[in-house]
Ligand binder design. Sequence first.
Ligand SMILES: [Zn+2]
Length: 147
Amino acid sequence: MSVGTLVTMVEMQTLTRDIILAHCTQEYPLEACGMLLGDERGVSQAYPTRNEARSARIFVADPADVASARESAVSQGLNVVGVYHSHTNSEAFPSPTDVAQAPDPSWFYVVVSLARPLAELRCFAIRDGMVTELMIGEPEPSGGLVS
Ligand SMILES: [Zn+2]
C-alpha cells in the first residue's frame, strides 16, 4: 500500500497515556471510556467520560460528557479525534463489537487491557472493518516526531 494519506503513526505524550491508564485503572472492574482530543497528527488530550452502561463488558460514553468533550475541543481549537476504552478481561485489541461500532474512519481508537497485572495501551485505526495498529510516538515541542 502506497497511499500517502494512510496514517500509520499517532503522536501522544506519555502524560496523556498515563491519564488514560489512570482513568481505566480507577474504573476497574468496570470498563472505562473517554474521548481523545487533538488533530490529524495525534492525540494531545484525553477527556474521561462516564460509562453510561456501567458494565465490565461494554461501554457507552455518556452523551452529556461527549458533548462536554466536544465543547472543550472547540474552545481549544482542537477536534475530537478518537475514543479510548478499557478491556478488563481481554487483549488490548478492538473486539468485533468495537470494530462494528467504530463511528469514524479518521479516528484513533485506543484500547487499554487490564487483563494482566501490567496494563497495556495500544492505538488503532478502524476503516471499513479493517483494524490497523498505529505506532505511538512522543511529539517534540515543535510538533514533530522524535525519530
Ligand atoms: Zn472494546
